[in-house]
Design a protein around this ligand. Structure first.
Ligand code: C2E
Ligand code: MG
Ligand code: MG
Ligand code: MG
Length: 285
């Protein structure tokens, strides 16, 4: 309620109104995309320094508004979570990823990871449902990785912790995403079998800033390795960052320095070209 017309109040009110309409447009766009299956899936390749090539990729959902402009998932995923619709997004992304794997059995890639939200663990049938989709496309669970954030293993997230444990026993592999942004739940970390922990880009941003930043990342990588878990450095943008991360033994590197997210066809072209380049190098040496 606008009681005073002081400048501050008016500005605030305008911003709130813009946010409100933007949110409503996002919601409309989401509903339509869910109904008409309009989501696109892009892939960001992940580089393994010890093998000198891209070895995996992360599936990242993309959505366009009615004018064809991209809406960032950073904006629409939280809205989908609040609307209780994020599961729909996941199933459509998973189906597209399975279809891609199924149609590109010859491309040299170990795994593709898919982001999964905490809300989806409210469904206790999640493991069987995922298995059914994989079977439908004839995709082995070993090809898939699921990325969860720390919220999914937080103290009060009983059900998700239980489901993650069941799925791990069942052969599914999880990555812990955005590590270093939430409160890092060190005490429970050792109870899971994460294959990789993804250091958030905010941490990669400090690895080459000063000695303290460098030491922080070094300490975290040591700790994660101590737990027998591999490290993926996410959001690596510069040569300087890559150099520091190699020094510190990061196992995999994902970031604009090596590749931006791209559509499936571009990914398969890139990976095939990559292999050819490797083969030529081997022939020469
Ligand atoms: P995320 O899972 O941590 O994904 C990594 C994000 O970092 C991606 O943003 C990627 O494009 C971006 N990124 C990678 N390398 C760099 C870099 O060098 N510099 C910078 N500045 N950014 C980089 P994107 O695609 O916008 O996705 C944002 C977030 O949206 C994701 O963060 C994830 O939390 C969520 N998201 C994306 N796709 C899905 C999905 O299918 N389901 C769910 N539940 N969430 C998703
Ligand atoms: Mg992710
Ligand atoms: Mg992340
Ligand atoms: Mg995330």
């Amino acid at each position: 309620i606008l009681k005073r017309s002081g400048k501050k109040y008016v500005e605030y009110d305008e911003r709130a109104a813009v946010d409100f309409y933007r949110r409503r447009r996002t919601m409309d766009c989401l509903r339509r995309a869910i109904q008409e299956q309009l989501f696109e899936v892009w892939y960001q390749p992940v580089y393994a320094p010890d093998r000198g090539k891209f070895v995996s990729a992360e599936a990242l959902v993309r959505l366009r508004d009615d004018k064809g402009r991209m809406i960032s998932p950073g904006r629409f995923i939280p809205v989908a979570e609040e609307m209780g619709n994020v599961g729909e997004v996941f199933w459509q992304v998973l189906a597209q990823v399975c279809c891609f794997i199924s149609n590109h059995k010859q491309i040299p890639i170990d795994t593709i990871s898919v982001n999964i939200s905490l809300e989806q663990f409210e469904d206790s049938h999640l493991p069987e449902k995922i298995r059914t989709v994989l079977e439908m496309w004839n995709v082995e669970p070993e090809k898939l990785r699921l990325e969860i954030t720390e919220r999914a293993i937080a103290g009060d997230a009983y059900q998700s912790r239980e489901i993650i444990r069941i799925m791990e026993e069942d052969g599914f592999r999880f990555y812990l995403d955005d590590f270093g942004t939430g409160y890092s739940n060190f005490a429970t970390l050792a109870q899971y079998h994460f294959e990789c922990i993804k250091l958030d880009k905010s941490l990669i941003g400090i690895v080459d800033s000063d000695q303290k930043g460098y030491n922080m990342v070094r300490g975290l990588i040591r700790l994660i390795h101590e737990l027998g878990i591999k490290v993926i450095a996410e959001g690596t943008e510069t040569k300087e960052q890559v150099e520091k991360l190699l020094e510190l033994g990061a196992d995999k590197i994902q970031g604009f320095y090596y590749a931006k997210p791209m559509d499936g066809e571009e990914l398969s072209e890139l990976l095939v070209r990559d292999i050819e380049v490797c083969n030529i190098k081997e022939e020469v040496t």
